[in-house]
Design a protein around this ligand. Sequence first.
Ligand code: F6R
Length: 259
Amino acid sequence: MKVLIFDTAERAAECVAQQVIAQVQGKADSVLGLATGGTMLPIYELLVSANKNKQVSFSQASSFNLDEYVGLNPDHPCSYHKFMRDIFFSKTDFDVARAHLPHGNTGDPEAESEDYENLVLGAGGIDLQLLGIGENGHIGFNEPTSSFRSLTRIKTLTKSTIDANRRFFEAPAEPPKYAITMGIETILRGKMIAVLATGKNKSGAVATMVEGAMGAYCPATALQLHRHTTVVLDQAAASELKMRDYYFQVHPDGKDALV
Ligand code: F6R
């Protein structure tokens, strides 16, 4: 794993946005693996401005999001479909016909999961996968004890994930208890992976992901098996890493960045 540590969350997000821009500039029809959640917001803002400034065009790109809540239709204000439309697709030249998310509101979520897995494979695989990380070490919605060989499927969300998601739902609405998520094997098939983690609340999960023993209890440790994963952090998220000085020595101020 390449570990890049920046002084601020803004600079860490810029680094990941630059990687996406470079990927699409180098290959216009790139297949992007996209994530939602608060950590990703500054990345999408930067991509929207880069698109407005004509620095990059997404018109030939395609995308697959990691996950969607079971039971929410694409127009539900808290669905990930709507999140992606509002903050990214509708503000850029992204062709929405090539933007994919699992459908959480089908009558048969198991069949939907299998179809989604096949859709990702059929697209020739993901060139660059963006990831956030949960406080419990989840990637996508692969909660602790998810198999490293898992494919797209329905997962029951943990209480910690449901509580973390509550901030996006207006009370008395409760966040959903289930999601369709790409599996860990689906994620590991991505050619390049960029994980962004910012803030002190992620420092424990980050330390385990990078330096902990690999195991299903912290799904993000599966990324230790991937050849081209870059973990991009601010100081707060990096604060529990034992070898922080070493990472900084290898990539001072994220200098050998992703571009
Ligand atoms: C979102 C996703 C999740 C989030 C994670 C962190 O599509 O798959 O794994 O990346 O829960 O969420 P935030 O960034 O809101 O802390």
